[in-house]
Each structure stands twice: as C-alpha cells, then as structure tokens.
Write a new protein. Structure first.
Length: 565
C-alpha cells in the first residue's frame, strides 16, 4: 500500500532526514492545508520530489526510477492491463539480461511481479520505486495516439456529419494530459495542422481535412462567446472546461486571427488545480533561495520576478505565496488571469471590461486589510505608484515585470516615474529567470572536449559553443582543465526526438545592499548596477545555467539560447 502520512513521517524521523522542528511544521501545514504530507514537503520546499522519492526508495531498499523521463516499450506496457496497473500502481518499464524491471509505489505484491516476469518470458524481476504521481502520469501511455483517435471519430461519423464537439473534447483531453501550455490550430493550403507546445517547443500532432477547419473555429468561437460572423478581425476570449479524468477545471484563453489561408486559433491552457512546484524543484539554488527567504520574511517591501512571457515568473511567485500562506496572514491577489487556485488566498480576476484593472483592483485590495499583496504585473506608472506606496506602508508586495534581467528592472521602475529613493527603499529582492529544457535521461549521452591553443576541440558543435564563452567564465566553472565533459540528448521517442524532456529554471537573485541603494539614488546606469551586483555576490542567469550544464541537467546550447536570445 502507499505510505500513510504517519509512516512517511516515521521514515523521515528514523533517517533523520528532517529536524523534528521542520517535520512538525510540515505536518501542521499539511493538516491546515488538508493535503498529504508528501505534497506539503514538496510544495513548501522541505524536500524536492526526487529527493523525497529517493528517501522512500531507500526505506524500501529499492533503487529509484524517474518514470517521467523513461521510455516504456509498448510491448512491456501491455503485459499488465491498465486497470491492474492503476490498482496496484505498478508498471514494467524495461527488459534486459537481469530480467524484467518493474516500477511500483506499492512494493508488496510479489505474486503480481512474478506473473509479469512470466508473461515477459523471464524468471527474474527487478523492483524499483517510483512515486504515485509519476506512475499515475505514466498510465496515460495506454491511450492511443491523438491522430488515430481523431481519424477513428471521423470514420464513424454518421450521415457524413463530422463530430466537431467530440473532436474538440479529445483535443483538450490530450493537450491536458500532455501538459501542453498551448494548442495551435493552423489552416494550411490543403489541410489543418494541430500543434501542441510542450516544454516550450511546438510539436505537430495531427493533420485534419481542410473542410473541417471552419466548423472547428466556429464551434470554438461559440464556446468562447466570440462573434461567429466576423472573419477578418482578430478576436480574443476565454472558455472553461472540465477534464473528466482528473476532475480538473481548465481556463482556456483563445486568440483568433485571420491569416491568408483562414483563421488561425491559438489557445493557452491554464489548469486551476495544476501541480504547483516548490522553488527547489523549479531549480533555484540554495544560495539564491536563502536570499529570497531574507526578502520575503521582511514584513514589508517589494519582491519582483522578471523575465519575458513564458519564463515562469508567475509560477515562482506562486511558490513564494504558498510558503507565506498561513492562517495569521491576509493574502490578496489581483491577476489576469488567475492561473492556479491557492486555498486560503483571496484571488481576484482582473477584468478590463468592468474597469477592474490592476491599478483599480490594487486600490480596492488596500482597503481589505491585507498583509501580503500579489499584483499580477506592473505594466504602467499608475500600478507602479500604488504598489510602491503599499510597500512603504507596511505591506509585502509581490509582482512581475517584463525586463531582460534583474538589474535592468531598477532603471525600468525609474523610467515608469518611480523616484530613485523610493525604488531603493522599497525593493527587497528582484528575481530574473528563464526556463530551460532538461536533457532527456533516456537518451542522455556525453562528449569530452579538449582545449587547444585555438580553442576547444572534439564534437564540433559543442566545442564551438564552449569556445564562444568568456574565458573567465570557463576558468570559473570548468577550472583550468584541458579536458571537460558536456552532456546532451541524442533524441528518442520519449522526448519527441528533441533530446530534451521537461523544464526547470535558471535564476539570478538581486538582493538590494546599501551600496546598491546608493547607486540607485545616484541614478547609475544598468552597467554600473550590474558590476555592483557581481561584487555583492549575485550569480547571473548565465552563470547559474553553466553550473547546471556541468551538473549534466541541460546543455550549453540551451543555456545560450535563452540567455543570449
């Protein structure tokens, strides 16, 4: 059986993996938030999910396997019916000279494991531990490909009438299970292509007959309450659906624009109860996390998360809000849209049509006796003024901004009309961040590069990337070695032949020191501020990324792609 909260607490106590104080605090938070101890430990950064899974695996005296990044052969998957796999949280995932490899969250079903080995034609089996969330996610592998499902629906259409509603429902179902952030419906000359954005990259899913395009677009317009008779202007809307499998509510932002081959539709999927991550899981280092904790433990001031669209700013702020969310605090937010629901936090959806803008909503929230405020984005002087004044009058204000890095956020605030002395005295922490793709563990490989008088040699692509770096950075992170090893993915079916699977963050955390405040008051430019930040010990996103390249988590090409544009 899956571990109970009491059993998990006992394991952590016996192994002395957490202090008794931290363990008690986690148990109290779990009870208050009505969630499992496992989820609380992960979401509140007591332990990363992989670290916690390895602790449980050690308790069972089993190796740990990350099923999220494991390519399970179809013939092994079908050794066990889906209903049995779901009931016993067990899946075979590999077959080699050591026997059948089986992942389970319930290592107490020896008869089942022996039966699976017999069906595979071997006598031995090797058990590995995988947590329940990963096994549950892997059950989606039993489903047929989206293309075959949609083709089957069209073949079964009665009277030649295409089942548009069913097509759209399947589209959302598969996009949700693939953890796609966006769905693109693109009209081409002879057909309509549907693509999912997964881990920041678009993947073709299916090509549908062109004659279905207008019907798909018309139905989506009806669902989003857009004008169905307007085909030459851009339209934006939103719709709400429920995923039946997980009983999760999805908010879908829909954008329709006319292109020369028809109307293109792009939909952003926002799951209300989507998994929320702790800062450690997101990739923040211990040193940066310590700076951030100093910032959010202050009773007032501002914490800003910066970066381009899709860099994970809001997810980072949500992770901070979860750690601050206790019953003795009143936390209120004004967002557009509300991406995740946090129990115990008063979340308001901005609505320009009803004049509920960020600035107006923030004014109203200040009359609600708040301790902590989250403003979805500071995008104009009015919102910036109100946020700064709130931070000056005893509130902790969290928000996001679109800037290239942490340092340039300060000149940007001043450009918005905030007086330098106010920016210097109210901002506690600025987080710059990007999302980078993680190397697929199933096809991960490495190559050795050798330093020569003309640069680095070996794999030509990897060597060229390393040669392009500042020599000082190479010495700092690779030392004075004449040979280094870098990692990359060769591409496989598990990662759609990209070499990557999953994403995490690279960060820079700027803590305002007295010297930095002096420079802001003197209206120093961003280059001077960046130099001072380096003296104060700030690790840039590029440097944070290089550390993760050395650790084998991502590639040099990926780090340079997101930091150099």
């Amino acid at each position: 059986m899956v571990l109970t909260d009491t059993e998990l607490a006992q394991i952590l106590s016996d192994l002395k993996y957490l202090s008794s104080e931290k363990l008690q605090a986690a148990e109290n938070q779990a009870a208050a938030g009505k969630q499992t101890l496992y989820d609380t430990l992960v979401e509140h950064d007591y332990l990363g999910e992989e670290e916690l899974s390895k602790v449980i695996a050690y308790h069972y005296q089993l190796p740990y396997v990350a099923l999220r990044s494991t390519n399970i052969p179809e013939d092994l998957l079908h050794l066990i019916p889906k209903s049995v796999a779901e009931k016993y949280l067990t899946l075979p995932f590999d077959l080699d000279e050591h026997g059948l490899h089986i992942a389970t969250a319930r290592p107490d079903s020896a008869d089942l494991y022996a039966m699976l080995a017999k069906k595979a034609g071997v006598k031995q089996y090797q058990l590995s531990y995988s947590p329940e969330p990963e096994l549950t996610a892997a059950l989606h592998l039993y489903k047929p490909q989206l293309a075959s499902v949609l083709t089957g629906l069209l073949a079964q259409a009665s009277g030649g009438v295409p089942p548009i509603n069913e097509l759209i429902n399947k589209l959302f179902e598969y996009a949700y299970e693939a953890q796609a952030s966006d769905v693109h419906i693109e009209p081409q000359l002879e057909h309509t292509v549907i693509r999912f954005r997964i881990d920041g990259v678009l993947h073709d899913q299916v090509a549908l007959p062109k004659h279905l395009h207008e019907q798909l677009v018309a139905r989506l317009k009806v669902m989003a309450r857009l004008r169905t008779d307007e085909h030459l202007s851009a339209q934006d809307g939103r719709l709400h659906i429920t995923d039946k499998a997980d009983n999760d509510e999805l908010t879908v932002r829909i954008s329709v624009v006319p292109v020369i081959t028809g109307e293109k539709v792009v939909m952003r999927l926002l799951a209300k109860h989507a998994r929320q991550y702790g800062l450690t899981e997101l990739g923040m280092s211990d040193a940066d996390l310590l700076k951030l904790r100093h910032g959010y433990n202050r009773p007032f001031g501002m914490i800003l998360s910066t970066g381009p669209t899709g860099s994970g700013k809001t997810t980072t702020i949500y992770a901070v809000l979860k750690m601050l969310n206790t019953r003795n605090r009143n936390i209120a937010t004004i967002e557009d849209p509300v991406e995740y629901v946090i129990d115990g936090v008063n979340q308001i959806q901005a609505n320009v049509k009803t004049n509920l803008t960020f600035s107006d909503g923030l004014r109203s929230l200040l009359r609600q006796d708040p301790d902590i405020l989250f403003v979805g984005e500071i995008r104009d002087q009015e919102t910036a003024d109100i946020a700064v004044n709130a931070a000056m009058t005893g509130h902790l204000v969290l928000s996001t901004m679109h800037t290239n890095d942490a340092v340039t956020t300060l000149p940007r605030l001043i450009d918005m009309g905030i007086e330098p002395f106010l920016a210097a005295s109210t901002v506690n922490i600025i987080i710059g961040q990007r999302l980078v793709r993680q190397i697929c563990s199933h096809c991960k490989t490495s190559v050795a590069l050798t330093q020569t008088p003309l640069g680095w040699a070996g794999d030509s692509e990897q060597a060229a990337l390393l040669t392009s770096l500042d020599p000082k950075l190479i010495v700092k992170y690779f030392g004075k070695k004449t040979s280094v090893r870098v990692y990359y993915g060769t591409g496989c079916s598990a990662c759609h032949s990209t070499g990557y699977q999953g994403r995490f963050g690279i960060f820079e955390v700027l803590e305002l020191t007295p010297k930095m405040s002096e420079l802001i008051n003197a209206k120093a430019d961003s280059q001077v501020l960046a130099a001072q930040a380096a003296k104060d010990g700030m690790v840039t996103m590029l440097e944070d990324g290089l550390g993760k390249v050395i650790a084998g988590r991502t590639t040099l090409a990926e780090i340079l792609r997101v930091t150099r544009g």
